[in-house]
Design a protein around this ligand. Structure first.
Ligand code: PLP
Length: 398
């Protein structure tokens, strides 16, 4: 669609390195372009469409709510927001939820919570980790330990210290009189699919307890079923309890919604009182109704179990390709990445993803050398095998 490309180039800011694909429609694990060409979608809108595209029950839940009440602002109460908050608290533990519209905003909320928490004792510093990604707002890029996303935006928000991932000694050494929290992705997504170890997460909990710090989990990409558990970190360290959790992406299958949870311990969930934080759209009834239906379907259709099953099939299948081009297959549940062996210093992931696209498979590059596979949680064995066949064919051709 040349017309679409020219409208974009004339009227839409060039902030994204887009693929040459104009998507006309989607259904389940597939999307179609305007010429009717079909693609198997193992990106799912970057881990967003957890139930696949145009899921009829989500469409119905959102349409029904849209016919009743679309928006009220947060000056008033609505039942979809209250009900979703109750459900999310039930998934994590005693506490309360704040609703927003995106992942970056959910982390922004955790950062503000930390500032409030530390304000009486003059503490505000948050420890984050190399290869992390926490969003594109100013606080998000300040928290993120990837230089490329900070470039040109100085001065950044003060108070973030970036440390090596999985290195408890480095965390211990970095804790000082200003430290207030540790923010970590239990499974790093944008950074190339790196799974935190059980010892690392448990060690962070111990250090946070010892120094009265908040342990904050960014579950925006890895949460709500993707790793095979409602709480992504439980796939790794089931007994660890965080003080705060952020969600977005898969929460509403594509309707824009983000949220963060704060624990009731130490009164954290009531720290942000009236007037301290807010957003006009957050917790919008339509998005909340869609999200509640997402949770219902994941539960009813046992999709956490399917994520483990199909994730295992995908992982084993990638290893079984025995391609000399693949250095490592990483991940957990349906958050899988494979890293290329080439150490060329040039980006090999983007050209590979482009070629995969021409073979009818959508996958997401992460960094220069990793391809991420994040299919819907209801992906079938046949779809996994189809993706493996396309990847295998391309690896042996290249
Ligand atoms: N945190 C993590 C772990 C993410 O993967 C992302 C997005 O990729 C974000 C935060 C930012 O979310 P959003 O793009 O919805 O602002």
């Amino acid at each position: 669609m040349a017309a679409l490309a020219s409208l974009y180039s004339e009227f839409v800011m060039p902030t994204y390195g887009r693929f040459e694909l104009d998507i006309a429609r989607g259904a389940g694990c597939r999307v179609w372009d305007f010429d009717g060409k079909q693609y198997l979608d193992f990106g799912a809108g970057i881990a967003v469409c957890s139930l696949g595209h145009a899921h009829p029950e989500i469409t119905e839940a959102a349409s029904k709510q849209a016919s009743i009440l679309v928006h009220t602002s947060n000056l008033y109460r609505t039942s979809p927001q209250a009900e979703l908050a109750r459900r999310l608290v039930g998934l994590v533990g005693p506490g309360k939820v704040f609703f927003c519209n995106s992942g970056a905003e959910a982390n922004e909320g955790l950062i503000k919570l930390t500032r409030k928490f530390g304000s009486a004792s003059g503490r505000y510093e948050i420890l984050t980790f190399q290869n992390s990604f926490h969003g594109r707002t100013m606080a998000g890029i300040s928290a993120t330990a990837q230089e490329k996303i900070k470039k040109g935006f100085a001065p950044l928000l003060d108070g973030f210290v970036h440390l090596p991932f999985q290195d408890l000694d480095a965390v211990s050494a970095a804790i000082g009189p200003r430290t207030a929290a540790v923010l970590v992705e239990p499974v790093q997504g944008e950074g190339g699919i790196h799974v935190a170890s059980a010892d690392f997460l448990a060690g962070l909990r111990l250090l946070c307890d010892r120094h009265d710090l908040l342990l904050l989990f960014d579950e925006i990409q890895c949460g709500l079923g993707r790793t095979g558990e409602w709480c992504g970190w439980k796939s790794v360290a089931s007994s660890v309890m965080p003080d705060g959790v952020s969600w977005a992406k898969g929460i509403a299958n594509g309707f824009p919604l983000g949220a963060f949870w704060a624990s009731s311990s130490r009164g954290l969930c009531d720290l942000l009182g009236p007037g301290t934080h807010g957003t006009t759209y957050g917790g919008n009834p339509v998005c909340c109704a869609a999200a509640a239906k997402v949770l219902d379907i994941i539960q009813r259709d046992r999709l956490c179990e399917n994520a483990v099953l199909q994730g295992g099939r995908l992982r084993d299948g990638l290893v079984g390709l025995k391609s000399p081009r693949i250095r490592e297959v990483r991940g957990i549940g349906l958050m899988i990445g494979f890293e290329f062996a080439e150490e060329t210093g040039v980006n090999v992931a983007i050209p590979f993803a482009k070629k995969l696209m021409t073979h009818g498979l959508l996958a997401i590059p992460a960094g220069e050398r990793v391809i991420r596979l994040l299919p819907p949680l209801n992906v079938t064995a046949a779809e996994v095998d189809e993706a493996l066949e396309k990847i295998g064919r391309l690896l042996s051709a290249a």
